[in-house]
Design a protein around this ligand. Structure first.
Ligand SMILES: [Zn+2]
Length: 323
């Protein structure tokens, strides 16, 4: 077998991504900065999103993805000049500790206040990464940040994608920022968007929906989200749950255990792979052309596997006690 990924000849084809999944074009520096509402702005490089609030007293930055990197500074400067406001970043709020969302935090120096969940602080001290200085101001349940007449409500509702991922609500900007849960217009990537806590991940969009907002900053891809995007994501996840239940009830493990005998792990592998494939296939067909990359099968397959294992391990589905 030969593989020629450099020319793309052996790489699979995928359905076109729905046009509605894409955001605005990037500028020549490779970013787009747009107004969410009033003085709240969002920045994207097409793959990552962050945000900032430009007030009379300075700028509050929400996450600093390294892929946007120095373009964050350019975006802040561009808006500060256009709005005749200070471009000084006085605060940075971390959504969670992951480097792909915070690894450019050090670009804004040390003369600022860093805010995050207490678990974010613990994890960043553990990780000891100079690009992600630990937050100085921390909270356990909730924290209200007020500056320049603006209010931001930070809240922790338990582990989900990561142990420390928080809800950032802008009550006066009709906006929710919740990172790495819903990718507006696209499916989650591998393993439930690389989530640590499946039950927490599955319920996070419902918790977000309990807040009033119209604009959603999800941290990924190239556009803002809406409540409809969260509802569509929940339909996709709900279909995977239902499909997994059906597959667990219908797929017969016997042939795999007969075939592999004493090698029970090989039997388990054969069986779980068939359950996963059976559960994922109808979801892949249903959402191809609806959500970007629904037919990048490894994503829907591994997400299905993760949900199925959570149903088994967290919820006890299919658990049988030996008589
Ligand atoms: Zn993350």
């Amino acid at each position: 077998m030969t593989s020629t990924p450099a020319t793309g000849q052996s790489l699979p084809d995928y359905a076109p991504v729905p046009t509605s999944s894409f955001g605005p074009a990037l500028n020549e520096d490779g970013y787009h900065v747009g107004r969410v509402e009033r003085n709240l702005f969002w920045v994207t490089d097409g793959t990552y999103l962050s945000a900032f609030l430009a007030t009379d007293e300075g700028v509050i930055l929400f996450d600093a993805p390294p892929t946007i990197g120095h373009n964050l500074r350019r975006a802040v400067d561009e808006i500060a000049e256009a709005e005749s406001l200070s471009n000084k970043v006085t605060h940075i709020v971390y959504s969670h500790h992951h480097a792909d969302h915070t690894g450019a935090a050090n670009l804004f120096g040390d003369d600022l206040v860093r805010i995050g969940h207490e678990e974010t602080r613990r994890l960043l001290i553990r990780d000891n990464d100079p690009t992600r200085p630990a937050p100085d101001v921390t909270f356990s349940d909730s924290y209200t940040l007020e500056m320049g007449g603006e209010t931001v409500e930070l809240a922790y509702h338990g582990p989900n994608h990561s142990p420390d991922n928080i809800y950032i609500h802008f009550p006066n900007h009709d906006t929710m920022m919740l990172v790495d849960i819903v990718n507006p217009g696209w499916v989650p990537i591998y393993n439930l968007n690389l989530s640590d806590d499946a039950p927490g991940y599955l319920t996070a969009p419902d918790k977000a929906m309990e807040y009033p907002w119209s604009h959603y900053i999800g941290g990924h891809l190239g556009r803002l989200g809406t409540r409809e995007d969260l509802a569509l994501h929940q339909l996709y996840i709900g279909d995977i749950v239902a499909s997994s239940e059906a597959a667990l009830a219908s797929v017969d493990p016997t042939p795999y255990f007969v075939r592999y005998g004493a090698n029970v792990w090989a039997g388990v592998k054969g069986y779980l792979d068939e359950v996963t494939a059976t559960a994922a296939a109808p979801v892949v067909s249903k959402y191809t052309g609806v959500l970007g990359a629904a037919d990048v099968e490894a994503f829907t397959y591994t997400t299905t596997f993760t949900i199925m294992q959570s149903m088994r391990l967290d919820l006890g589905a299919g658990s049988q006690v030996h008589p």
